[in-house]
Design a protein around this ligand. Structure first.
Ligand code: AHR
Length: 501
Protein backbone atom coordinates (compact mmCIF):
# COMPACT_ATOMS: atom_id res chain seq x y z
CA UNK A 1 0.00 0.00 0.00
CA UNK A 2 1.42 3.41 -0.83
CA UNK A 3 -1.71 5.51 -0.50
CA UNK A 4 -2.87 7.00 2.77
CA UNK A 5 -6.30 7.85 4.12
CA UNK A 6 -7.21 10.36 6.80
CA UNK A 7 -10.71 9.95 8.24
CA UNK A 8 -11.87 13.09 10.02
CA UNK A 9 -14.68 12.92 12.58
CA UNK A 10 -15.85 16.47 12.27
CA UNK A 11 -18.04 16.53 15.38
CA UNK A 12 -15.69 14.64 17.72
CA UNK A 13 -13.38 17.00 19.54
CA UNK A 14 -10.32 15.36 21.09
CA UNK A 15 -9.13 18.53 22.81
CA UNK A 16 -9.57 22.26 22.98
CA UNK A 17 -6.25 23.66 21.72
CA UNK A 18 -4.88 26.03 24.35
CA UNK A 19 -3.73 29.23 22.62
CA UNK A 20 -0.51 28.92 24.66
CA UNK A 21 0.50 25.94 22.54
CA UNK A 22 1.85 28.62 20.21
CA UNK A 23 4.30 30.12 22.65
CA UNK A 24 8.01 30.81 22.27
CA UNK A 25 11.07 31.70 24.28
CA UNK A 26 13.53 34.59 24.64
CA UNK A 27 16.58 33.96 26.79
CA UNK A 28 19.47 36.26 27.64
CA UNK A 29 21.68 34.18 25.39
CA UNK A 30 23.70 35.11 22.33
CA UNK A 31 21.92 37.73 20.24
CA UNK A 32 18.34 36.83 21.20
CA UNK A 33 17.89 40.03 23.21
CA UNK A 34 20.76 42.29 22.16
CA UNK A 35 20.62 42.96 18.38
CA UNK A 36 17.68 40.52 18.27
CA UNK A 37 14.61 42.08 19.87
CA UNK A 38 16.47 45.08 21.35
CA UNK A 39 18.83 47.26 19.35
CA UNK A 40 18.84 51.00 20.09
CA UNK A 41 19.86 52.89 16.96
CA UNK A 42 18.62 50.26 14.51
CA UNK A 43 16.73 52.02 11.68
CA UNK A 44 13.48 50.23 12.63
CA UNK A 45 13.82 50.59 16.43
CA UNK A 46 11.47 52.74 18.49
CA UNK A 47 12.52 55.19 21.21
CA UNK A 48 12.91 52.25 23.64
CA UNK A 49 15.24 50.35 21.33
CA UNK A 50 12.71 47.66 20.34
CA UNK A 51 13.38 46.47 16.78
CA UNK A 52 10.30 47.13 14.65
CA UNK A 53 11.23 44.72 11.83
CA UNK A 54 11.52 41.87 14.37
CA UNK A 55 8.28 42.86 16.10
CA UNK A 56 6.50 42.73 12.71
CA UNK A 57 7.72 39.15 12.12
CA UNK A 58 6.70 38.07 15.62
CA UNK A 59 3.23 39.58 15.18
CA UNK A 60 3.00 37.73 11.88
CA UNK A 61 3.84 34.47 13.69
CA UNK A 62 0.99 35.17 16.14
CA UNK A 63 2.99 34.05 19.19
CA UNK A 64 0.62 33.83 22.15
CA UNK A 65 3.13 33.76 25.00
CA UNK A 66 6.91 34.14 25.48
CA UNK A 67 9.01 32.55 28.22
CA UNK A 68 11.76 34.75 29.76
CA UNK A 69 14.58 35.30 30.86
CA UNK A 70 15.92 31.71 30.61
CA UNK A 71 16.79 28.88 30.16
CA UNK A 72 20.09 28.18 31.82
CA UNK A 73 20.62 31.92 32.21
CA UNK A 74 17.89 32.25 34.83
CA UNK A 75 19.70 29.98 37.28
CA UNK A 76 22.33 32.65 38.01
CA UNK A 77 20.22 35.75 37.31
CA UNK A 78 19.50 38.57 39.75
CA UNK A 79 16.33 40.19 38.44
CA UNK A 80 17.02 43.40 40.40
CA UNK A 81 20.03 44.06 38.12
CA UNK A 82 17.76 44.57 35.10
CA UNK A 83 15.32 47.18 36.44
CA UNK A 84 15.65 50.91 37.09
CA UNK A 85 17.77 53.51 35.30
CA UNK A 86 19.96 51.83 32.67
CA UNK A 87 23.02 53.86 33.66
CA UNK A 88 22.89 52.28 37.14
CA UNK A 89 22.47 48.67 36.05
CA UNK A 90 25.50 46.47 36.83
CA UNK A 91 27.45 44.44 34.31
CA UNK A 92 27.57 40.81 35.46
CA UNK A 93 29.22 37.60 34.42
CA UNK A 94 26.71 35.04 33.17
CA UNK A 95 28.06 31.65 34.21
CA UNK A 96 25.60 29.68 32.08
CA UNK A 97 26.90 30.94 28.73
CA UNK A 98 30.22 32.51 29.91
CA UNK A 99 29.28 35.93 28.59
CA UNK A 100 28.99 39.41 30.07
CA UNK A 101 25.41 40.51 30.73
CA UNK A 102 25.03 44.29 30.48
CA UNK A 103 21.53 44.25 31.97
CA UNK A 104 20.49 46.99 29.55
CA UNK A 105 17.35 44.91 29.01
CA UNK A 106 15.41 43.47 31.92
CA UNK A 107 12.01 42.56 33.34
CA UNK A 108 10.19 45.87 32.75
CA UNK A 109 11.66 46.17 29.26
CA UNK A 110 10.47 42.65 28.49
CA UNK A 111 6.93 43.45 29.66
CA UNK A 112 6.91 46.51 27.43
CA UNK A 113 8.19 44.42 24.52
CA UNK A 114 5.44 41.81 25.16
CA UNK A 115 2.80 44.52 24.85
CA UNK A 116 4.34 45.72 21.58
CA UNK A 117 4.54 42.15 20.26
CA UNK A 118 0.93 41.39 21.24
CA UNK A 119 2.03 38.47 23.40
CA UNK A 120 1.85 37.44 27.09
CA UNK A 121 4.81 36.87 29.44
CA UNK A 122 5.74 33.54 31.02
CA UNK A 123 8.39 34.26 33.65
CA UNK A 124 10.95 31.91 35.17
CA UNK A 125 12.31 32.33 38.70
CA UNK A 126 15.88 31.48 39.69
CA UNK A 127 15.93 28.30 41.80
CA UNK A 128 19.62 27.65 41.06
CA UNK A 129 21.55 30.28 43.04
CA UNK A 130 18.44 31.75 44.69
CA UNK A 131 15.24 30.59 46.34
CA UNK A 132 11.85 31.37 47.87
CA UNK A 133 12.56 34.96 48.94
CA UNK A 134 13.84 36.22 45.58
CA UNK A 135 10.99 34.49 43.77
CA UNK A 136 8.31 36.19 45.87
CA UNK A 137 10.20 39.49 45.64
CA UNK A 138 10.04 39.33 41.84
CA UNK A 139 6.38 38.36 42.01
CA UNK A 140 5.61 41.33 44.26
CA UNK A 141 7.60 43.65 41.98
CA UNK A 142 5.70 42.44 38.93
CA UNK A 143 2.17 41.92 40.19
CA UNK A 144 1.40 43.98 43.30
CA UNK A 145 -0.59 47.14 42.50
CA UNK A 146 1.26 49.45 44.91
CA UNK A 147 1.84 50.43 48.54
CA UNK A 148 4.67 47.94 49.22
CA UNK A 149 8.40 48.52 48.83
CA UNK A 150 8.81 46.45 45.68
CA UNK A 151 5.60 47.51 43.95
CA UNK A 152 6.50 51.16 44.64
CA UNK A 153 9.92 50.49 43.16
CA UNK A 154 8.26 49.32 39.93
CA UNK A 155 6.08 52.44 39.94
CA UNK A 156 9.15 54.65 40.44
CA UNK A 157 10.73 52.85 37.49
CA UNK A 158 7.88 54.06 35.30
CA UNK A 159 5.38 51.17 35.45
CA UNK A 160 2.29 52.23 37.40
CA UNK A 161 0.17 49.26 36.31
CA UNK A 162 1.18 45.82 37.57
CA UNK A 163 2.58 43.52 34.88
CA UNK A 164 0.11 40.86 36.06
CA UNK A 165 2.20 37.82 35.08
CA UNK A 166 -0.04 34.76 35.44
CA UNK A 167 2.31 31.95 34.44
CA UNK A 168 5.61 31.14 36.19
CA UNK A 169 8.31 28.49 35.76
CA UNK A 170 9.80 27.16 39.00
CA UNK A 171 13.41 27.19 37.78
CA UNK A 172 14.88 25.62 34.66
CA UNK A 173 16.34 22.15 33.92
CA UNK A 174 17.32 21.65 37.56
CA UNK A 175 18.18 17.97 36.90
CA UNK A 176 21.12 18.96 34.65
CA UNK A 177 24.65 19.06 36.11
CA UNK A 178 25.28 21.97 33.69
CA UNK A 179 22.71 24.05 35.54
CA UNK A 180 24.10 26.60 38.00
CA UNK A 181 22.83 25.36 41.36
CA UNK A 182 21.87 21.92 39.98
CA UNK A 183 19.90 19.84 42.48
CA UNK A 184 18.84 16.30 43.16
CA UNK A 185 15.17 15.49 42.57
CA UNK A 186 14.48 15.52 46.32
CA UNK A 187 16.21 18.88 46.80
CA UNK A 188 14.51 20.47 43.82
CA UNK A 189 11.07 19.00 44.53
CA UNK A 190 11.17 20.39 48.06
CA UNK A 191 12.40 23.83 46.99
CA UNK A 192 9.89 24.03 44.12
CA UNK A 193 7.02 23.08 46.44
CA UNK A 194 8.06 25.66 49.05
CA UNK A 195 8.44 28.36 46.40
CA UNK A 196 5.10 27.47 44.85
CA UNK A 197 3.32 27.64 48.20
CA UNK A 198 4.84 31.03 48.97
CA UNK A 199 3.88 32.34 45.53
CA UNK A 200 0.33 31.10 46.05
CA UNK A 201 0.17 32.83 49.43
CA UNK A 202 0.58 36.01 47.40
CA UNK A 203 -1.91 34.91 44.70
CA UNK A 204 -3.64 31.49 44.79
CA UNK A 205 -4.60 31.78 41.12
CA UNK A 206 -1.11 31.81 39.61
CA UNK A 207 -0.24 28.98 37.23
CA UNK A 208 3.03 27.24 38.11
CA UNK A 209 5.29 24.97 36.08
CA UNK A 210 7.51 22.35 37.69
CA UNK A 211 10.77 21.28 36.00
CA UNK A 212 10.60 17.83 34.45
CA UNK A 213 13.69 16.10 33.04
CA UNK A 214 15.82 18.11 30.63
CA UNK A 215 15.58 15.33 28.07
CA UNK A 216 14.72 11.70 27.67
CA UNK A 217 18.36 10.59 27.81
CA UNK A 218 18.98 11.86 31.35
CA UNK A 219 20.16 9.12 33.77
CA UNK A 220 17.43 10.21 36.21
CA UNK A 221 14.68 10.12 33.51
CA UNK A 222 11.31 9.16 35.07
CA UNK A 223 12.74 8.89 38.61
CA UNK A 224 13.13 12.66 38.50
CA UNK A 225 9.49 13.05 37.37
CA UNK A 226 8.20 10.70 40.05
CA UNK A 227 10.13 12.24 42.96
CA UNK A 228 9.56 15.85 41.97
CA UNK A 229 5.84 15.26 41.39
CA UNK A 230 5.51 13.45 44.71
CA UNK A 231 6.93 16.55 46.43
CA UNK A 232 5.05 19.20 44.50
CA UNK A 233 1.98 17.67 42.81
CA UNK A 234 -0.59 19.77 44.63
CA UNK A 235 1.54 22.90 44.60
CA UNK A 236 1.94 23.05 40.80
CA UNK A 237 -0.17 22.89 37.64
CA UNK A 238 2.20 21.76 34.89
CA UNK A 239 5.24 19.57 34.48
CA UNK A 240 7.77 20.78 31.92
CA UNK A 241 9.35 18.85 29.04
CA UNK A 242 12.21 19.91 26.76
CA UNK A 243 13.23 18.29 23.50
CA UNK A 244 15.81 19.21 20.88
CA UNK A 245 16.27 16.90 17.90
CA UNK A 246 19.65 16.94 16.17
CA UNK A 247 20.63 15.78 12.72
CA UNK A 248 24.04 14.97 14.20
CA UNK A 249 22.52 12.22 16.34
CA UNK A 250 20.87 10.52 13.37
CA UNK A 251 22.39 7.76 11.23
CA UNK A 252 20.95 9.10 7.96
CA UNK A 253 18.16 11.28 6.57
CA UNK A 254 15.45 8.67 7.13
CA UNK A 255 16.53 8.32 10.75
CA UNK A 256 16.52 12.09 11.24
CA UNK A 257 13.08 12.40 9.64
CA UNK A 258 11.77 9.69 11.99
CA UNK A 259 13.20 11.40 15.09
CA UNK A 260 9.94 13.15 16.12
CA UNK A 261 8.92 9.68 17.28
CA UNK A 262 11.38 10.22 20.13
CA UNK A 263 9.36 13.26 21.16
CA UNK A 264 6.16 11.24 20.83
CA UNK A 265 7.58 8.62 23.23
CA UNK A 266 8.75 11.33 25.61
CA UNK A 267 5.25 12.81 25.79
CA UNK A 268 3.56 9.43 26.37
CA UNK A 269 6.06 8.45 29.05
CA UNK A 270 5.73 11.80 30.84
CA UNK A 271 1.95 11.50 30.87
CA UNK A 272 2.36 8.01 32.34
CA UNK A 273 4.60 9.39 35.13
CA UNK A 274 2.09 12.15 35.94
CA UNK A 275 -0.79 9.69 36.04
CA UNK A 276 1.17 7.23 38.16
CA UNK A 277 1.84 9.89 40.80
CA UNK A 278 -1.77 11.05 40.56
CA UNK A 279 -3.05 7.54 41.23
CA UNK A 280 -0.48 6.70 43.90
CA UNK A 281 -1.14 9.94 45.78
CA UNK A 282 -4.89 9.69 45.20
CA UNK A 283 -4.82 13.20 43.80
CA UNK A 284 -7.95 14.56 42.18
CA UNK A 285 -6.49 16.95 39.68
CA UNK A 286 -4.76 16.00 36.45
CA UNK A 287 -1.24 17.28 35.86
CA UNK A 288 -0.92 19.06 32.51
CA UNK A 289 2.26 19.45 30.48
CA UNK A 290 4.27 22.51 29.54
CA UNK A 291 6.54 21.67 26.60
CA UNK A 292 8.44 24.84 27.25
CA UNK A 293 11.49 24.17 25.03
CA UNK A 294 11.26 22.37 21.70
CA UNK A 295 13.05 22.67 18.41
CA UNK A 296 15.63 21.21 16.09
CA UNK A 297 19.14 22.04 17.32
CA UNK A 298 22.44 20.65 16.10
CA UNK A 299 25.37 22.12 18.01
CA UNK A 300 27.78 20.89 15.29
CA UNK A 301 26.23 23.38 12.93
CA UNK A 302 27.03 26.65 14.68
CA UNK A 303 30.13 28.35 15.92
CA UNK A 304 30.96 27.47 19.52
CA UNK A 305 34.26 29.22 20.15
CA UNK A 306 33.59 32.70 21.40
CA UNK A 307 36.00 34.48 23.74
CA UNK A 308 34.82 34.02 27.32
CA UNK A 309 32.86 36.94 28.78
CA UNK A 310 32.04 38.56 25.42
CA UNK A 311 28.90 40.67 25.17
CA UNK A 312 26.07 39.09 23.18
CA UNK A 313 28.22 36.91 20.88
CA UNK A 314 26.43 35.06 18.06
CA UNK A 315 25.88 31.85 20.06
CA UNK A 316 23.62 29.02 18.86
CA UNK A 317 22.85 30.63 15.49
CA UNK A 318 21.70 27.80 13.31
CA UNK A 319 20.73 28.14 9.65
CA UNK A 320 17.73 25.88 9.28
CA UNK A 321 17.46 23.73 6.17
CA UNK A 322 14.42 22.34 4.39
CA UNK A 323 15.21 19.00 6.05
CA UNK A 324 15.16 20.64 9.48
CA UNK A 325 11.76 22.16 8.65
CA UNK A 326 10.38 18.65 8.01
CA UNK A 327 11.60 17.35 11.37
CA UNK A 328 10.31 20.53 13.00
CA UNK A 329 6.90 19.89 11.39
CA UNK A 330 6.87 16.37 12.84
CA UNK A 331 7.46 17.88 16.29
CA UNK A 332 4.63 20.35 15.78
CA UNK A 333 2.30 17.47 14.90
CA UNK A 334 3.27 15.68 18.15
CA UNK A 335 2.34 18.78 20.15
CA UNK A 336 -1.00 19.13 18.40
CA UNK A 337 -1.81 15.43 18.70
CA UNK A 338 -1.37 15.67 22.49
CA UNK A 339 -3.22 18.96 22.94
CA UNK A 340 -5.44 17.24 25.51
CA UNK A 341 -2.49 17.17 27.95
CA UNK A 342 -0.07 19.76 26.55
CA UNK A 343 -1.44 23.17 27.40
CA UNK A 344 1.73 25.19 26.93
CA UNK A 345 4.54 24.90 24.40
CA UNK A 346 7.45 27.23 23.69
CA UNK A 347 9.36 27.09 20.45
CA UNK A 348 12.94 27.58 21.63
CA UNK A 349 13.85 30.11 20.76
CA UNK A 350 12.40 33.07 18.87
CA UNK A 351 15.16 35.31 17.50
CA UNK A 352 18.76 34.46 16.44
CA UNK A 353 19.33 31.71 19.02
CA UNK A 354 18.08 28.44 17.40
CA UNK A 355 15.26 30.54 16.04
CA UNK A 356 12.74 30.99 13.22
CA UNK A 357 13.90 34.62 12.84
CA UNK A 358 17.46 35.73 12.11
CA UNK A 359 18.78 39.28 12.16
CA UNK A 360 21.95 41.13 11.35
CA UNK A 361 23.00 43.93 13.64
CA UNK A 362 22.03 47.22 11.97
CA UNK A 363 20.58 45.25 9.05
CA UNK A 364 17.78 42.94 8.00
CA UNK A 365 15.58 40.38 9.75
CA UNK A 366 14.35 37.35 7.84
CA UNK A 367 12.31 34.16 8.13
CA UNK A 368 14.05 30.78 8.39
CA UNK A 369 12.57 27.58 6.92
CA UNK A 370 11.06 26.56 10.28
CA UNK A 371 9.15 29.85 10.42
CA UNK A 372 6.55 28.54 7.98
CA UNK A 373 5.17 25.36 9.61
CA UNK A 374 4.87 27.30 12.88
CA UNK A 375 3.14 30.15 11.06
CA UNK A 376 0.65 27.78 9.42
CA UNK A 377 -0.24 26.07 12.69
CA UNK A 378 -0.28 29.24 14.75
CA UNK A 379 -2.55 31.00 12.23
CA UNK A 380 -4.87 28.11 11.38
CA UNK A 381 -4.39 25.38 14.02
CA UNK A 382 -6.51 27.14 16.65
CA UNK A 383 -9.75 26.00 18.24
CA UNK A 384 -10.19 22.25 18.58
CA UNK A 385 -8.26 19.13 17.71
CA UNK A 386 -10.54 16.73 15.85
CA UNK A 387 -10.67 12.99 16.23
CA UNK A 388 -9.02 11.38 13.20
CA UNK A 389 -7.88 8.01 12.01
CA UNK A 390 -4.88 7.83 9.72
CA UNK A 391 -3.78 4.87 7.60
CA UNK A 392 -0.39 5.40 6.03
CA UNK A 393 2.34 3.29 4.50
CA UNK A 394 5.11 2.79 7.03
CA UNK A 395 8.77 1.80 7.20
CA UNK A 396 10.31 -0.29 9.92
CA UNK A 397 12.76 1.51 12.21
CA UNK A 398 15.11 -0.29 14.66
CA UNK A 399 14.13 1.93 17.62
CA UNK A 400 10.67 3.24 16.81
CA UNK A 401 9.04 0.32 15.05
CA UNK A 402 6.67 1.39 12.27
CA UNK A 403 7.33 4.95 11.13
CA UNK A 404 4.38 6.23 9.08
CA UNK A 405 5.36 7.98 5.84
CA UNK A 406 2.52 10.44 6.30
CA UNK A 407 1.72 12.10 9.59
CA UNK A 408 -1.36 14.32 9.87
CA UNK A 409 -3.81 15.97 12.26
CA UNK A 410 -6.98 17.99 11.71
CA UNK A 411 -8.25 21.01 13.62
CA UNK A 412 -11.49 22.95 13.66
CA UNK A 413 -11.62 26.68 14.28
CA UNK A 414 -15.08 27.61 15.59
CA UNK A 415 -14.50 31.29 14.74
CA UNK A 416 -13.91 30.75 11.03
CA UNK A 417 -15.78 27.42 10.81
CA UNK A 418 -12.76 26.01 8.93
CA UNK A 419 -11.20 22.59 9.24
CA UNK A 420 -7.46 22.55 8.61
CA UNK A 421 -5.41 19.46 7.85
CA UNK A 422 -1.70 19.61 8.64
CA UNK A 423 0.19 16.83 6.88
CA UNK A 424 3.83 15.82 6.64
CA UNK A 425 5.16 13.53 3.92
CA UNK A 426 8.49 12.32 5.26
CA UNK A 427 9.00 9.78 2.48
CA UNK A 428 11.28 10.37 -0.53
CA UNK A 429 8.31 9.67 -2.85
CA UNK A 430 5.20 11.62 -3.82
CA UNK A 431 2.30 9.83 -2.14
CA UNK A 432 -1.43 9.80 -2.87
CA UNK A 433 -3.37 11.19 0.08
CA UNK A 434 -7.09 10.82 0.60
CA UNK A 435 -9.15 12.62 3.23
CA UNK A 436 -12.71 11.80 4.17
CA UNK A 437 -14.92 13.92 6.44
CA UNK A 438 -17.86 12.22 8.10
CA UNK A 439 -20.25 15.13 8.12
CA UNK A 440 -21.08 18.47 6.46
CA UNK A 441 -20.28 19.96 3.08
CA UNK A 442 -16.84 21.40 2.49
CA UNK A 443 -14.83 23.38 -0.05
CA UNK A 444 -11.05 23.43 -0.22
CA UNK A 445 -9.81 27.01 0.05
CA UNK A 446 -6.07 26.55 0.27
CA UNK A 447 -3.39 23.91 -0.09
CA UNK A 448 -0.04 25.38 0.89
CA UNK A 449 3.12 23.30 0.42
CA UNK A 450 6.58 23.76 1.88
CA UNK A 451 9.09 21.70 -0.13
CA UNK A 452 12.39 22.05 -1.95
CA UNK A 453 14.27 19.62 -4.16
CA UNK A 454 17.41 20.53 -2.20
CA UNK A 455 16.94 19.34 1.37
CA UNK A 456 19.93 21.44 2.43
CA UNK A 457 18.38 24.68 1.12
CA UNK A 458 18.21 27.55 3.66
CA UNK A 459 17.03 31.16 3.72
CA UNK A 460 19.79 33.73 4.09
CA UNK A 461 20.07 37.52 4.28
CA UNK A 462 20.80 37.60 0.55
CA UNK A 463 18.21 34.94 -0.38
CA UNK A 464 15.57 35.32 2.34
CA UNK A 465 12.84 33.68 0.23
CA UNK A 466 14.71 30.64 -1.06
CA UNK A 467 12.39 28.27 0.84
CA UNK A 468 8.82 29.52 1.17
CA UNK A 469 5.42 27.81 1.02
CA UNK A 470 3.81 27.68 -2.43
CA UNK A 471 0.14 27.32 -3.26
CA UNK A 472 -0.99 24.03 -4.82
CA UNK A 473 -4.20 24.39 -6.83
CA UNK A 474 -7.18 23.76 -4.49
CA UNK A 475 -9.11 20.65 -5.52
CA UNK A 476 -12.76 20.04 -6.18
CA UNK A 477 -14.15 17.87 -3.38
CA UNK A 478 -16.09 14.74 -4.28
CA UNK A 479 -18.85 14.62 -1.72
CA UNK A 480 -17.02 14.77 1.60
CA UNK A 481 -13.73 13.43 0.24
CA UNK A 482 -10.77 14.59 -1.76
CA UNK A 483 -7.68 12.93 -3.09
CA UNK A 484 -4.43 14.69 -3.77
CA UNK A 485 -0.75 13.98 -4.10
CA UNK A 486 1.49 14.94 -1.23
CA UNK A 487 4.81 15.94 -2.68
CA UNK A 488 7.84 14.01 -1.52
CA UNK A 489 9.43 15.42 1.63
CA UNK A 490 6.88 18.16 2.10
CA UNK A 491 4.84 19.95 4.77
CA UNK A 492 1.24 20.69 3.81
CA UNK A 493 -1.56 22.81 5.13
CA UNK A 494 -4.97 22.13 3.58
CA UNK A 495 -7.84 24.42 4.60
CA UNK A 496 -11.49 23.49 4.12
CA UNK A 497 -14.38 25.85 4.72
CA UNK A 498 -18.04 24.93 5.15
CA UNK A 499 -19.91 25.12 1.84
CA UNK A 500 -23.00 27.26 2.05
CA UNK A 501 -26.15 25.48 0.87
O1 AHR B 1 17.47 26.93 24.60
C1 AHR B 1 18.82 26.79 24.89
C2 AHR B 1 19.09 26.08 26.21
O2 AHR B 1 18.66 24.75 26.10
C3 AHR B 1 18.34 26.59 27.41
O3 AHR B 1 19.00 27.64 28.04
C4 AHR B 1 18.30 25.41 28.32
O4 AHR B 1 17.18 25.41 29.17
C5 AHR B 1 18.33 24.22 27.38
O5 AHR B 1 19.28 23.29 27.75
Amino acid sequence: MNSSLLRIFTRDITAAIDTRLYGSFIEHLGRAVYTGIYEPGHPTSDADGLRGDVLDLIRELNVSMVRYPGGNFVSNYRWEDGVGPRSERPRRLDLAWTTTETNLFGTDDFMQWCRAAGTAPMMAVNLGTRGVQEAIDLLEYCNHPGGSALSERRIRNGYRDPHDVRLWCLGNEMDGPWQTGHKTAEEYGRLAAETARAMRQFDPNLELVLCGSSHRGMPTWMDWERIVLEEAYDASDYLSLHCYLAEGSARNDADYLASPLRMEAQICETIAACDFVKARGRHKKTMFLSFDEWNVWDSRRHENNFPRWSEAPGQLEQNYTMKDALVFSGMLLCLLRHADRIRIACLAQLVNVIAPILTTSGGAAWRQTIFYPYLHASRHGRGALLDTRLDSPAEDHPEWGQVPAIDAVATHDPDSGEITIFALNRSPQDLPFQAHLDHGAWTMVEHSVLADEDLEATNTSTQPDRVIPRAAPPLQMEGRSFETNLRRLSWNMIRLCPRSA
